[in-house]
Ligand binder design. Sequence first.
Ligand code: GLR
Ligand code: MG
Length: 435
Amino acid sequence: MTVTPSRDLSIAEVRLTPVLVADPPLLNTQGVHQPYTPRLIVEVVTRGGVTGLGETYGDTKYLELARPLAENLTGHQIGDLNGLFTAAERIAVDRSHVAERVDVGGLRGVQTADKLRLSVVSAFEVACLDALGQALGLPVHALLGGKVRDTVDYSAYLFYKWAAHPEGVPAEPDDWGAALDPAGVVAQARRLTERYGFTSYKLKGGVFPPDEEIAAVRALAEAFPGRPLRLDPNGAWSVETSVKVAEELREVLEYLEDPALGTPAMAEVAARTGVPLATNMCVTTFGEIEEAFTRGAVQVVLSDHHYWGGLRRTQHLAAVCAAFGVGLSMHSNTHLGISLAAMTHVAATVPHLHHACDTHYPWQSEDVLTERVALTDGKVAVSDAPGLGVRLDRDRLAFLHRRWADDDGRHRDRDDAAALRAAVPGWTTPAMPRW
Ligand SMILES: O=C([O-])C(=O)C[C@H](O)[C@@H](O)C(=O)[O-]
Ligand SMILES: [Mg+2]
């Protein structure tokens, strides 16, 4: 049988384009977002002439893994996703990028070699699925077994925020203004609601002493009665503080996210409060599930297809959570529309997704797409177009890549503590627990 060119599903080329995207001065327990955040855009081009898109973290340590993987994939079939993961396993990881302890692992838990690899290969998997979907005329959700909903709910991701970056880049402050107290947080939530129709809210905490953050959540509860609310200090509190906050906010919280750092501390908090605990820090790999679930440390896991290793592994995680009666939600980092499209396709296929997903997307004023992904009534409509249903704007991609190429080295690797040092000389990532 002769294969027509458009049906040749082997990989001709993988293009990697690192970009720097504008990010507002959002505060978290480690520091503040830098003016630009690195992302990596992956294009998988088939010999049949179809191009699939993927997106992941763009820091140097991810690029170092993505490059050899891309080079090894010429001739690989885009439908051979298992083979793609085997190819990724062969890529050596620089040990200096690995941290085996949760207290030094940053905001997404322990940074193992496997997790780094998975964070890279996930974007290749998404790009292969996008290409396969386009070649077959099927949406990505259909390749994953089919959607069980037509829209995916997202929550408003609220941040304490400065009006402008301390580095003075870009020169003009954004139009969101500052949010540094309960009134500022409520104003931000109202604005996000007006623009995007959100009906649930998550506040990134661990920035101010817990009493101030309790006051902010109470103010949100008053402003949006009955709406689901979450607070996430990224492990900044002791067990005692976590229990106190949980008890004070028990009437209004949908869940408390990573109040304390690590499974043993979370298990202790969980044993002492009825408020459900969620995590994207102590359960971030399949290996961490057994201890956390058997100890009852978490009631909700935040999936993230980037570091869990793609869309299919996210479905596997969902199945394990369902088997243990643990809820599922979705974590997000600074990301563009390709990631949001991928998040939406996989979320659409997960039956027991009972919490709105997180997304940073409203904070991203820039994108690499010809059309931004629409967030309406707090939802993204699940696309039925072939593949992910998004199109790359090559001029925008080139512009954001030029910013990366011209960068003086300050922004190619996300460093929230370094960004905060511009305002608070001598600042370093705080030891946990902070409070
Ligand atoms: O839910 C979370 O822990 C996050 O979204 C982690 C992120 O890094 C967030 O804290 C941020 O971007 O500042
Ligand atoms: Mg979190």
